[in-house]
Design a protein around this ligand. Sequence first.
Ligand SMILES: Cc1cc2nc3c(=O)[nH]c(=O)nc-3n(C[C@H](O)[C@H](O)[C@H](O)COP(=O)(O)O)c2cc1C
Ligand code: SF4
Length: 446
Amino acid sequence: MATLLATPPEWPRITLGAVGQYDPADGLAGAERAGAWAAWRQALAADPETLVALVRRAGLRGRGGAGYPTADKWRVARAQDDPVRFVVANGIEADPGAFIDRTLMELDPHAIVEGTALAAYAVGAHDAYIAVNAAYGVALERLRAAVVAAEDAGYIGAAAEARGFDVRIEVRPLQGAFVLGEETVLLRALRSDRGMPDQRPPFPAVRGLDGHPTIVNNVETLAAIPWIVRQGPEAFAAAGRGGLAGTKLVQLSGSARQNGVAEVPMGTPLGEILEGVGGGMAAGSVLKALLVGGPAGGFLPESALETPLDPVALAAAGAILGSGQILVVDRRACIVELGRLMERFMSDESCGKCVPCRIGTRRLFELADRATSGRPRPSDPQLLLDLAADVRDGSLCGHGIHAPNPLLSGMRYFKDEYDAHFNAGLCPAGVCQPLHVTTVATATSH
Ligand SMILES: Cc1cc2nc3c(=O)[nH]c(=O)nc-3n(C[C@H](O)[C@H](O)[C@H](O)COP(=O)(O)O)c2cc1C
Ligand code: SF4
């Protein structure tokens, strides 16, 4: 099972609030004692607009990466003149090595099922899907059990009509590439279509599944909603720092003393997360950088440890919040080589639909590859910057838009290291081998 990291006692527990309070492999009774489905009963006693207004007051923003205000998205779907609407919970989490959503789905499946039902009530959807990474066997099993238990109790499913609202929830395993988590790809996958993003607008909230308004929300976003209903929007809004609302699950990996998943107040400085959650650096390790936001994230140096966990501040610093992954990089690592690996991943995972991403990420990888193998050309640094801007500005979806981040942030904060590779064929960290290429002058005959 994934490791949950302890957090300072004064930090609020919202998304993980019921974790450990009931056995997710057990029936409904334990979950209900831990508070499950109380919000559902409470919400049904008022009209859907009340629920939307509540979530708006809470200031909840999507936890799937883009940080879009959840209530605003719901309002768009509600405003559509179409009686058929859908809700899709995004539990794909295709980032390599990520297990934030898996942890949540395994440890509190009822919060996700209840959150999905609440979103469906808010937008008037009678059909919902919880799309789960097919590799997550335990999560699938527990979510399915939670759905069946909620149906048996008459909360959801056909029998729920008597309570005033019925929603059918299907747990659907899906398998695919990194881009499967992108919302338009996810909707295509639910209908067994080819996994390539669609141009937006129209956004799914206007035209999604089968052409109907569809809300796609990350499972962590949805899991927060029952808590907001039970505890009140003000409590959620106050849980963050620096004017940000709520908490975010993050995952520490790499060279921290402790690696795993933890719930932290939004707006917490990165350095505080490393110290307060990760226990600082592992023995013998010295911090060089944090890669924040997964393979399309940015390398931030020690001088950026004050940056808060805030999508806007992270974007300004050259990273992304993404799914909340924080890779702690030790001084012995080479930032250029790590950037090359990230770019390789982004290139391999490009779906190929648009040229800037399909060709551009490959060329970016090749530039990084030349730098790490001692074959850079004098024009490479400028070419990399120009190409990165083209890929970022010309790509169709977030995959290409963010793909240059690891290289751009590396060039921004670790310029000396890039200069050494590009200009002198040297790897200061001693990681890239062989960097010294001897050009043998050969006599040519004319
Ligand atoms: C390449 C790519 C991969 C994505 N993967 C995920 C994912 O695994 N899970 C997720 O919730 N959102 C993912 N997203 C974001 C979704 O498109 C969408 O913004 C999100 O599910 C909306 O939920 P939210 O508003 O609750 O954040 C991805 C986006 C892109 C561009
Ligand atoms: S940006 Fe990349 S992943 Fe997104 S549509 Fe274009 S080729 Fe596909």
